[in-house]
Design a protein around this ligand. Structure first.
Ligand SMILES: NC(=O)c1ccc[n+]([C@@H]2O[C@H](COP(=O)([O-])OP(=O)(O)OC[C@H]3O[C@@H](n4cnc5c(N)ncnc54)[C@H](O)[C@@H]3O)[C@@H](O)[C@H]2O)c1
Length: 316
């Protein structure tokens, strides 16, 4: 059992505290916003209850047991002073992370491993260089208690034994870490997701299909094979010569990708930011965001269970 410090108790941080607690570790959690820290335990308990109800966590994970392994602290020093692993899950702002890493350098043990959950920042220059040997990116997906992928990106100087230790620790928790050879913004999954976003918004901007029709195409076409074959396994089934021809014939490639979509601007500018705003491309106002996130979790759990039974064909 390791002593984990999670810094930032927002959307990711509170869920990561739960993941590490369920994984058999002790967790200290902090946030610079008192209200967020105060509210975090209720969110942790709710997510744990969802997992228990689905049979994915042991019923012994009562609020009392969770409180026994997850402690909350107002002060950073109290959170990290005995940490083996410090998870950085604060706001995605370079200056905020840089200041925090300077503080962590002073307050955390010399042997502590620093793991940043940054989504897109080139975070290594923000970490004091003498900590690089025991630092890396560990990038999770939301909700991390359901999505198993973790992108692990060592700094140019990370001790391979540290990367191996973190990887083994995550695997022991049932997670699927992928170790990168070098840092790229967006990692793999988010880059693919971004490529999909660029193409889908272009199709809508050009008036080809609606948001609902995009989802029909994805849910009933693209996505069906993905949990079984991934993308590269699917290419093998299609036949790689055809894949090569299709790529060469893809004349619909945008001549210049602007990264802007008039369709998206229109929806966002109208205040329809998605589930948390009650409306995005779909109207979600019939239920609270909390109810909708729980419903999503329950459906993801059902899918995970079915896939565990069906099993992917790749990787071999
Ligand atoms: N939301 C996602 O889907 C997702 C997925 C993967 C990675 N990430 C990354 O994880 C990190 C956190 O994202 P989030 O979605 O949880 O954001 P969030 O805004 O929900 O939470 C961030 C929390 O950090 C706290 N904070 C800010 N500065 C702090 C400091 N110096 N010390 C302690 N706490 C501080 C804030 O009060 C806030 O509660 C970001 O780097 C983000 O890019 C987010």
């Amino acid at each position: 059992m390791k002593q984990i410090a999670v810094v930032g108790a927002g959307l990711m941080g509170h869920a990561l505290a739960l993941v590490f607690a369920l994984g058999g570790h002790r967790v200290r959690l902090t946030d610079s916003n008192q209200a967020t820290l105060d509210g975090s335990m209720a969110l942790i308990e709710k997510a744990a209850a969802t997992l228990i109800a689905a049979g994915e966590a042991d019923p012994s994970w009562t609020p009392e047991r969770l409180a026994g392994v997850i402690s909350r602290h107002e002060k950073l020093a109290d959170t990290v002073h005995d940490a083996d692993l410090v998870i950085e899950a604060v706001a995605e702002i370079a200056e905020v992370k840089e200041t925090l890493f300077r503080q962590l350098d002073e307050l955390a043990p010399a042997e502590a491993v620093f793991a940043s959950n940054t989504s897109n920042l080139d975070v290594f220059p923000l970490i004091p260089k003498h900590r690089w040997k025991r630092a890396l990116i560990a990038h999770w997906y939301t909700p991390p208690y359901l999505v198993d992928l973790v992108d692990l990106v060592p700094t140019p100087e990370t001790d391979p034994a540290v990367t191996a230790e973190v990887k083994a620790m995550l695997e022991a928790m049932g997670k699927v870490p992928v170790v990168f050879r070098k840092f790229v913004t967006g990692y793999v999954a988010n880059r693919i997701q971004e490529a999909i976003a660029l193409e889908t918004f272009r199709l809508m901007d050009e008036g080809v299909v609606t948001a609902e029709e995009i989802d029909l195409s994805v849910i009933h076409g693209l996505a069906l094979r993905m949990p079984i074959l991934g993308v590269m396994g699917k290419a093998d089934f299609t036949g790689l010569e055809l894949i090569r021809q299709n790529m060469a014939n893809a004349t619909y490639r945008p001549p210049a990708v602007t990264g802007r979509s008039a369709t998206l601007d229109q929806v966002v500018d109208a205040g329809h930011g998605g589930v948390r705003a009650g409306k995005g491309f779909y109207d979600w106002s019939d239920r609270t965001p909390g109810e909708l996130f729980q419903d999503r979790d329950n459906r993801l759990l059902a899918l995970k269970k079915a896939l565990r039974h069906i099993k992917p064909m790749v990787p071999k």
